[in-house]
Ligand binder design. Structure first.
Ligand code: AMP
Ligand code: MG
Length: 520
């Protein structure tokens, strides 16, 4: 990144070289801190692709010295690890001081594109922000690895795990003693809405402006020269979040804890806690054991994202206009644009899923779209989703079966509706062989769906909750083989693998897991 001092060395015996861009730019928002030194660390997984992207040599990282460096125990000169300060709304309630309680920013490295990437630890021991023991169990840290790889392969912005290391230390979670782990993750940055809320609470306009300039330069350089930087940043983040949440909705992902401290300014999926992918399509689905009111259910996510962005705009108010009333008007106008941005991102993606984009880039805004076509396709998509909901059809599997139907083979889609009817209790289900075609099928076919294009955007494999849990349970018991197999499949989510058919199916009856635990 230009304009900012980047001090980095290549890897060597002296440890991973990192710059201290954030630590030196924001001493007010960082507490210098050192990572704990586990006695018997053991590398569980190393992400070779991520390592190479930030110029680290995987073979060296696997060495004793490499693992020590990953843990932040052996860093090259100039590294200044810090716990980052942030505030945040958790389930709607404001906490003035959250911060990295068990995490550290080691520093930054430059990737192959010349962009800065944060190297960050989670589970590295208590910091002054700790709210609990400061450690992490291997299950949740490996979950971040699995989900991050899956999201990345699906083309969705996400932080990614570089490594997960067993610390040899046991951590107590409820009544259990579990193996502890440190996650080493790579992110575009760890700037969160909560970072801006914290900066705002310090009533230091110069600090807030500096933070805005830093975020703009780092994540939205094309907007840097705008007259009102804070407004340019707000617009950038609104757009990025609209796309991100649309992407989540299109793959059936439920983040689970969309608190403002878990909303990345770079627009990445961050802090995988009790998250999950839906099997049967049901917008009220909630997985998180801590989400009692369904605040962060699947269907609420776009609304919550907008709510979180309003908190971001509030933090920026003094920089939007000198006159507070005017600043609020500006903020409200911009936040009001989120819905349209979200809806168009969603419709672009949904058209691609239904095979009716016809060559249009599923991410780029369309210029030729008539209101009529938007209305028609939105209605069609809503009708189909309502049908999925009525029949409790598997969301991921449905779109692949639909692609088969587009190429003239309706065996799979017919089986979907028939088995839904067989499931019995649901009065709304259509019966047996009459189940296909559906009332909407003709309208969809009239749009000449492109089956091959559908298969390029509709995954066969997503990290289904029962598969993730199964892999994490095995890993916790010492067997990493199921996790390795799962990640391998998730890294090529659009390629059918006949030998991995089980990974494409929803949870078998009786083994569906409806609750995911925060597992901090
Ligand atoms: P999260 O739910 O992971 O977004 O975390 C919310 C806040 O609690 C953050 O400030 C975390 O650093 C802190 N926190 C979560 N788990 C722990 C832990 N085991 N030890 C110390 N602090 C924690
Ligand atoms: Mg968090």
């Amino acid at each position: 990144m230009q304009g900012q001092q980047v001090r980095e060395q290549d890897t060597s015996e002296i440890g991973i070289g990192v710059s201290d861009v954030y630590a030196s730019a924001f001493p007010e928002l960082a507490v210098p801190w050192e990572a704990g030194e586990p006695e018997r660390p053991a590398l569980l997984v190393l992400n070779d692709a991520v390592a190479r992207d930030i110029g680290l040599e995987p073979r060296w990282l696997r060495s004793e010295s490499g693992v020590r460096s990953l843990l932040g125990n052996e860093l090259a000169e100039g590294a200044r690890p810090v716990a980052q300060a942030y505030a945040g709304h958790q389930f709607g309630n404001y906490s003035a001081r959250l911060g990295d309680g068990r995490a550290l920013l080691l520093g930054e490295r430059t990737n192959a594109l010349g962009e800065l990437r944060d190297l960050h630890l989670k589970g590295s021991g208590p910091t002054p922000f700790a709210r609990s023991d400061g450690y992490a169990a291997i299950g949740p840290m490996l979950r971040e690895y699995v989900l991050g790889e899956a999201m990345h392969a699906l083309g969705i912005r996400t932080t990614r795990a570089l490594a997960v290391i067993d610390t040899g230390r046991r951590v107590r979670r409820d009544a259990e003693l579990l193996p502890g782990a440190v996650l080493v993750r790579v992110a575009r940055s760890h700037l969160r809405v909560g970072t801006f809320q914290y900066a705002r609470s310090m009533r230091d306009e110069e600090l807030l402006s500096r933070l805005v300039a830093h975020a703009l330069e780092r994540h939205y350089p094309e907007r840097q020269d705008d007259d009102t930087p804070a407004l340019a940043l707000l617009d950038g983040v609104i757009e990025a979040q609209a796309q991100l949440v649309a992407d989540w909705m299109l793959v059936g992902f439920i983040h689970g804890v969309m608190n403002t401290d878990n909303v990345s300014i770079a627009g990445e999926t961050i802090d995988y806690g009790p998250c999950a992918f839906m099997d049967a399509f049901e917008p009220t689905t909630v997985f998180s054991s801590i989400d009692h009111n369904g605040r962060y259910s699947y269907g609420n996510q776009p609304g919550v994202a907008q709510w979180n962005l309003a908190r971001f705009a509030e933090a920026l108010l003094p920089l939007l206009d000198g006159d507070e009333t005017r600043a609020i008007e500006i903020a409200e106008d911009r936040i009001g644009r989120f819905a349209a941005l979200y809806e168009s991102a969603w419709l672009r993606g949904m058209r691609a899923k239904l095979g009716i984009s016809h060559g249009e880039d599923s991410r780029a805004a369309s210029t030729t779209d008539s209101d009529e076509a938007v209305h028609r396709d939105t209605e069609l998509a809503q009708t189909i989703l309502q049908d999925l909901r009525d029949h409790r059809l598997d969301y991921t599997g449905f779109f692949r079966a639909l692609a088969d139907a587009a190429r003239g083979d309706d065996t799979a889609i017919r089986a979907f509706y028939t088995s839904s009817a067989d499931a019995g209790s649901d009065q709304r289900s259509a019966a047996g062989a009459d189940a296909w075609p559906r009332p909407w099928t003709e309208a969809w076919r009239a749009l000449e769906p492109d089956a091959d294009a559908m298969d390029r955007v509709n995954p066969v494999y997503v990290p289904r909750n029962h598969l993730v849990e199964e892999a994490l349970d095995a890993a916790t018991a010492g067997d990493l083989a199921p996790l390795t197999r799962l990640v391998e499949v998730l890294r090529a989510p659009f390629d059918v693998r006949p030998d991995r058919a089980r990974f494409a199916l929803p949870a078998p009856a009786g083994s569906w897991i409806g609750t995911t635990f925060c597992g901090t």
